[in-house]
Design a protein around this ligand. Structure first.
Ligand SMILES: C[S@@+](CC[C@H](N)C(=O)[O-])C[C@H]1O[C@@H](n2cnc3c(N)ncnc32)[C@H](O)[C@@H]1O
Length: 347
């Protein structure tokens, strides 16, 4: 929803249709406050405080150590974006926002929102990245960079939303015992699969900054007995095995095409005959149905990793070249635009 950009009257609508208003200037102007107000609502603790009970701007400003006028401006912007409802001078989380912004909710994504604050410094470099062709390379950050904590916890929050649906849809061989989760970060997709398949144990291979956070999350969730984290670079590490299944989730968009093919070949070698590989991502659909989000995310992946959003035809091609059978495409309802390609290593 983009209330700030919505035409208010029939005249506004007409002006937009006739291209009398510079929509392009609106994009340049409104993109920033939409993001920044949302992130500030999270970082200043406004959302968490309002999740407990409604409050007016003065009360909130005093509790959160802010200027009353500044708080009022922020609250009005958050209400305009639909995150808050205003009622007789007090504000509360809107019904639509509550599942995502109330820390007590199982669908909370506040840490993910908090992590997007780091993105500002990356976007600042966009012109340089486009000129030089060299991305920010966020995964080269040192393991003790505090960004890892919010990054991986944020990804965990997103994974919680779709993991039951994903785990239910995947078809691992019967009575699986070994799962490899390549660049699995938090390990939550593996945890969900281990819960569905008693006897299954998972190994999450990831960079040290990520595994440190992932291990803590698995301990907190009581899953460290089933899900083990191993430090390593997926482009070169020994993948162990033979495994019954391998997950490649939200990672091909951080790699170049030849790296994805090489990775899938190594995964093929590390699977049992009949083993399953599952590749989850947001895919570009054919040219005429290309969603706006996929193009903008492609730019984000180029910025962060010198990579891209790939087409469904790309993943089908890599899987075939790596030696897998024809893949099954699984649409994930809780992740709009995303799909899993699941394929078997021939027996
Ligand atoms: C977007 S997160 C996805 C995490 C998880 N698979 C999911 O779907 O929620 C990307 C993950 O890839 C990991 N990663 C990036 N480059 C890597 C590399 N060269 N070797 C291993 N892991 C890597 C990151 O540390 C991070 O955990």
């Amino acid at each position: 929803m983009r209330p700030g950009l919505k035409p208010d009257t029939t005249l506004d609508r007409l002006a937009l249709r006739l291209n009398l208003a510079p929509v392009v200037a609106g994009h340049a102007l409104f993109g920033m406050p939409m993001s920044r107000a949302t992130v500030a609502g999270q970082r200043l603790g406004v959302f968490a405080r309002l999740a407990r009970r409604p409050a007016g701007p003065e009360e909130l400003a005093a509790e959160l150590d802010c200027a009353p006028a500044g708080m009022l401006m922020l609250l009005e912007s958050l209400a305009a974006l639909g995150h808050l409802d205003r009622h007789r001078g007090t504000y509360q989380l809107s019904k639509a926002a509550r599942p995502w912004l109330d820390p007590a909710s199982g669908q909370y994504v506040g840490t993910y929102i908090e992590h997007t604050h780091d993105y500002w410094a990356w976007w600042e470099r966009l012109e340089d990245v486009v000129r030089t062709g060299r991305g920010v390379e966020i995964h080269d950050f040192p393991p003790d960079d505090p960004s890892w904590e919010t990054y991986i916890r944020g990804q965990f929050e997103l994974a919680r939303i779709s993991s039951p649906e994903v785990a239910k849809a995947l078809q691992l061989p019967t009575k699986p015992t070994s799962l490899l989760d390549v660049a699995g970060g938090h390990g939550w997709y593996s945890a969900e699969l281990c819960r569905r398949h008693p006897g299954l144990r998972a190994t999450v291979l990831d960079l040290p900054g990520s595994t440190a956070v992932g291990r803590r999350i698995m301990e907190e969730q009581g899953m460290s007995g089933q899900v083990a984290h191993v430090d390593g670079d997926m482009t070169s590490a020994d993948l162990g095995g033979p495994h019954d299944g391998a997950l490649v989730f939200n990672i091909v968009h951080h790699l170049r095409p030849e790296q994805n093919l090489a990775l899938l070949r190594r995964i093929h070698a590390a699977l049992e005959p009949g083993g399953t590989v599952a590749v989850l991502d947001l895919w570009l659909t054919p040219e005429d149905r290309r969603p706006e989000a996929a193009a903008l995310l492609g730019l984000f992946f180029y910025l962060t990793s010198s990579a891209a959003t790939y087409a469904e035809a790309d993943v089908r091609g890599w899987l075939a070249e790596a030696g897998f059978d024809k893949p099954r495409r699984i649409t994930i309802r809780r992740l709009p635009g995303q799909a899993v390609f699941e394929a078997r290593k021939p027996r």
